[in-house]
Design a protein around this ligand. Sequence first.
Ligand code: RP5
Length: 167
Amino acid sequence: MGTAPDPEVQQLLDGLDLDAPLVGILMGSQSDEGVMQEASQELTERGISHEVNVLSAHRNPDAVRDYALAAEARGIKVIIAGAGKAAALPGVVASYTALPVIGVPIRTSDLGGLDSLLSIVQMPSGVPVACVAINGARNAAVLAAKMLRLCWLQNPPSALGEDESGL
Ligand code: RP5
């Protein structure tokens, strides 16, 4: 007689995707897409697999939690999260995963993105988020590539030639 798996564990198992990309790009709103597509473009040019999702820490908190909890088990190595205004997304994601999280503060019409920058960079001790410049999505992708390079130096991907890695 077996016992039902813990719902949290079951949710993680259901989310397993062996073909998961190396980088997860998140943004808090579709309105962030114009900036965040620069990260996607940089990763594409480097041949680095990635996925893009719109998830808001304030509007879809359960989905953000589920995504962050399952990300490492799915094979994602780095998460890039762009958000504007009271930009909680990178910090909330970082609170649920051991993966490195790179925050991209999105420029805002009211406060020029200083609101986003401070919301992302002022994380409490023990829950770090790396933070690039306001609208610095391309640099977030470059930093993610450098993090992946460390993984690959330890475990070279046999199927991926040096030229194809973009690193
Ligand atoms: C944040 O609020 C999003 O990341 C976006 O930058 C900002 C505004 O969102 P919308 O009102 O345009 O959806 O959560």
